[in-house]
Design a protein around this ligand. Structure first.
Ligand SMILES: Nc1ncnc2c1ncn2[C@@H]1O[C@H](COP(=O)(O)OP(=O)(O)OP(=O)(O)O)[C@@H](O)[C@H]1O
Ligand SMILES: [Mg+2]
Length: 219
């Protein structure tokens, strides 16, 4: 479960001060499928990054499954993230010099899973996402939709409980977006918690709940 209490994120630099999160109070239960909507610059990515333990609050508290994340040092935060969180980025962020197979294997390597188990898990998730035949190709040699499915496979392979996606359909056509939402519905049925940032009302309608953000505030 995710609990944010009076959560603030202030970006301060030379000549600017931006409140990207402004006293956010939010609870997300295990197994929920939530869409986050709001204008450009409203703080959606910031919220996702904080929830995903990629970034820290500057005020208030964040509790993830009974762990007070606000208190954790960088190493512990890193460990927690690897155990619990999987990210799907808008631009996929696949590693160009690794094959599709190796890209999907990376999170398992990071979690110290042995090679036999890695092979089984990667194969399984590739088949589920219909990309098994791409395994020896490199990201630049596959289509946008296939890259997206690779990014999802990489997020699913570790079996982490929280799947966070920032504009996952941003670069996809209607057909591929629909396919992606079917996969998300499937993941949701498996009991995963999904938090998805989107600009698209049709895409957001697949979620159980829509969270609106305006100027760093949840409305
Ligand atoms: N690293 C940073 N340093 C300073 N300001 C930042 C930083 N990251 C984000 N911001 C500011 O925080 C606010 C929220 O940014 P954020 O990226 O969360 O918006 P967003 O809702 O994801 O927008 P978009 O829909 O365009 O992706 C913006 O005003 C932005 O300029
Ligand atoms: Mg953003």
């Amino acid at each position: 479960m995710i609990v944010l209490k009076d959560a603030d994120k202030l970006y301060k630099g030379d000549g600017f001060e931006t409140k990207a999160m402004d006293h956010v109070n939010l609870e997300i239960n295990n197994g929920e499928f939530v869409a986050v909507m709001g204008k450009s610059g409203s703080g959606k990515s910031t919220l996702l990054n904080v929830i995903g333990c990629m970034d820290r609050l500057t005020g208030g508290t964040y509790i993830l499954d009974d762990t007070d994340v606000s208190d954790l040092g960088i190493l512990k935060l890193d460990k927690l993230r690897k155990q619990k969180i999987s990210f799907i980025f808008q631009n996929y962020e696949l590693m160009d010099h690794y094959t599709i197979y190796e890209n999907i294997e990376l999170p398992l390597m990071a979690n110290g899973i042995g090679s036999g188990q890695r092979k089984t898990k990667v194969q399984e998730v590739m088949e589920r996402l219909s990309i098994a035949e791409l395994k020896r190709k490199y990201p630049k040699q596959i289509s946008g939709g296939e890259q997206q499915r690779t990014a999802i496979a990489r997020a699913l392979v570790s079996g982490n409980d929280y799947i966070l996606a920032d504009e996952p359909t941003g670069a996809l056509d209607e057909e591929n977006s629909g396919e992606l939402m079917k996969i998300f519905k499937d993941i949701h049925k498996d009991g995963k918690t999904i938090i998805m940032v989107t600009h698209d009302k049709d895409i957001a309608s697949y979620a159980d709940r829509i969270i609106e953000i305006k100027d760093g505030k949840v409305s």
